[in-house]
Design a protein around this ligand. Structure first.
Ligand code: HEC
Length: 289
């Protein structure tokens, strides 16, 4: 695939996967609800990846008049399924007794066991677990320094981070894997779970509106985890190459088919020379894409 094709895929996939995963959860719940009352429920889970439905789904790219491409349904369904339990990361000093030891010994556990889901309640509970526990698979880090930083009060005190009411930290998850206990970032729950200032938890509401902005949202390990995983901010499901940061930004946000693309200057940007914003800061609760 040529460079342009790669770039388009980078921009179109994260939104698509978000919507499709959500549809699975919502539609599964809908069809389960329709059968409420029966003892055994077999939800009708719609086909997630459909070549025909995807054919004209993305809007053609301005200037090129061609649609971005996706992997085929065959490739999609050949992907291995990841199904691992994750656990909260506590603010240092707030961990329950024996918690760290438990994580070291428990080993990889399945997040859900579809074979055991029988009743409507079982399926709803499984959906809740996936929402709360699913992590960013491509951002699991085993780096001992990052793991030590996640267990050091200094890390969070310096950033003036506060824990959530239950003593846990926003964004971070522990994942016991075959290679050891990894530090990772939450998935749906880091963007779609709102805590009001009084600690009320609202799953499904956006995480970052003005009313919820508080010291619990400051997590100094987000940047280091993105960097260690070579993933751009916003957790798009792409591991970037060995080139410098400016090239990553250009691959993700540049518009190389446009004559005199003003974003071409991204190529030379570094951490030390932050990119000037191309548009005003997004309003609270929104994020730029
Ligand atoms: C990194 C942040 C982030 C993560 C992680 C994330 N989302 Fe989203 N999600 C968004 C944003 C931002 C939008 C709305 C923007 C858009 O439509 O482009 C959105 C849109 C949605 C929508 C509305 C889609 C529509 O068609 O209007 C649903 C439903 C949804 N997400 C569910 C999920 C589920 C389920 C997960 C976990 C599997 C998830 N999201 C993970 C940020 C995220």
């Amino acid at each position: 695939m040529n460079y342009h094709g790669t770039s388009m895929r980078i921009m179109s996939l994260p939104r698509l996967s978000c919507r499709i995963l959500a549809s699975v959860i919502l539609l599964a719940n809908y069809s389960i609800a329709a059968r409420a009352g029966a003892e055994h429920h077999t939800p009708e889970i719609p086909k997630t990846w459909d070549d025909v439905a995807l054919k004209d789904w993305p809007t053609p790219i301005a200037g090129l008049n061609v649609r971005p491409t996706h992997i085929s349904a065959k490739e999609y369904y050949a992907l291995p399924v990841e199904n691992l339990r994750t656990y909260p990361v506590y603010f240092p000093g707030r961990e329950p007794e024996g918690y760290w030891d438990m994580l070291q010994h428990i080993g990889p556990q399945p997040l859900i066991d579809p074979e055991k889901l029988k009743s409507r309640e079982d399926w709803i509970e499984a959906g809740r677990k996936v929402f709360d526990e699913a992590d960013q698979l491509h951002e699991r880090v085993l780096d001992p320094q990052l793991i030590a930083a996640a267990r050091s009060a200094e890390t969070f005190n310096q950033a003036h981070t506060l824990p959530l009411p239950d003593g846990t930290l926003y964004f971070l998850r522990w994942v016991p894997t075959r290679q050891g206990v990894a530090l990772s970032l939450g998935n749906c729950s880091i963007c779609h779970l709102q805590y009001l200032q009084d600690g009320t938890r609202i799953p499904g509401a956006p995480s970052f509106p003005g009313v919820a902005r508080g010291p619990q949202l400051r997590n100094p390990l987000l940047g280091p985890i993105h960097d260690a995983s070579r993933v751009l901010s916003g957790d798009p499901p792409f591991i970037m190459g060995p080139e410098p940061l400016g090239m990553w930004l250009n691959q993700a946000y540049g518009v190389p088919w446009l004559k005199d693309d003003i974003l071409a200057r991204l190529k030379t940007s570094t951490m030390a020379t932050p990119v000037p914003p191309c548009s005003p800061a997004p309003p609270p609760g929104k994020r730029s894409k």
